[in-house]
Design a protein around this ligand. Structure first.
Ligand code: ADP
Length: 257
């Protein structure tokens, strides 16, 4: 097996961050950003100091999913450090707050931009920094993980059979980096109607995930129009409806990170 790739020195702006949680998926569109943002606000709701780093430079979703008053990042004049913007007490950094909405760049450039944004930010004291990883398990993701010491990874997938292969790729990447994958979130698993649960993509791959990859936690998240609507409105579902079913699931995920 290849030698482990481990982050070296902790960048200055991240020295007071206790836990860095990477939310990762193999493909785009599976709900990774939705889960990263709701997890972050769920942790904040439990009293933790939280930041979100949106590392998806190709399609940054954070500016849509939250609506801070200040929609551009500030730079400290003396140190040139980036100061995160904030919404409901959670610190936010996204390429989408850097004056651009998406980028046309080649891989190495993308890595450079992500790493610079992440490491030149003055995050201050945080209990959790949630990183919304770019989708995939390639070089961009690997270099990001080498720049900052990730505490744990949460892997997002959908319940289709093929998605199983995606989980394997994610777990393998993180294990090479000596990062434990602590939870798998199966998104858009079921919907509810007439008091019943329907599983449009089938059921049962969850148990296999736990067995095969030794991941201790598996969460099923339903298809919920409210989750999508909240994401588009700029106010995450867990903030919108803190007593609801979705908030309950996220607080369980929060407890395991
Ligand atoms: P990714 O970050 O993986 O590209 P997003 O979080 O941007 O995915 O989600 C893609 C779309 O699917 C968004 O419009 C989002 O609101 C919607 N979505 C995600 N999860 C759910 C869900 N469980 N129920 C309904 N809509 C969802």
């Amino acid at each position: 097996p290849a030698a482990p790739l481990v982050a070296e020195d902790v960048p200055k702006g991240l020295k007071e961050v206790s836990n860095i949680i990477a939310v990762s998926s193999c493909k785009g569109g599976v709900g990774k950003s939705t889960i990263a943002v709701n997890l972050a606000y769920s942790l904040a709701g439990m009293g933790a100091r939280v930041g979100i780093f949106d590392a998806d430079v190709y399609g940054p979703s954070l500016p849509t999913m939250v609506s801070p008053e200040l929609r551009v990042l500030q730079m400290e004049a003396e140190t040139k450090a980036i100061i995160p913007t904030e919404y409901m007490g959670v610190k936010l950094v996204s390429f989408g707050f850097a004056g651009q909405t998406s980028a046309i760049m080649r891989g190495p450039m993308v890595s450079g931009v992500i790493n610079q944004l992440l490491t030149t930010t003055e995050w201050g004291q945080l209990d959790y920094l949630v990183i919304d990883m770019p989708p995939g398990t390639g070089d961009i993701q690997l270099t990001l993980c080498q720049v900052v010491p990730i505490t744990a990874a949460v892997i997002v997938t959908t319940p289709q059979k093929l998605a199983f292969i995606d989980v394997a790729k994610g777990v393998q990447m993180f294990s090479r980096l000596k990062v434990p994958s602590i939870a798998v979130v199966e998104n858009m698993c079921y919907f509810e109607g007439d008091g019943k649960r329907y599983y449009p993509f089938g059921q049962g791959s969850g148990a296999q995930v736990i067995r095969q990859f030794g991941i201790p936690n598996l969460f099923e998240l339903p298809i919920r129009p409210e989750l999508s609507a909240a994401g588009d409105s700029g106010k995450p579902e867990v903030v919108e409806d803190p007593q609801g079913e979705v908030a309950r699931i996220f607080s369980e995920i929060g407890v395991c990170v």
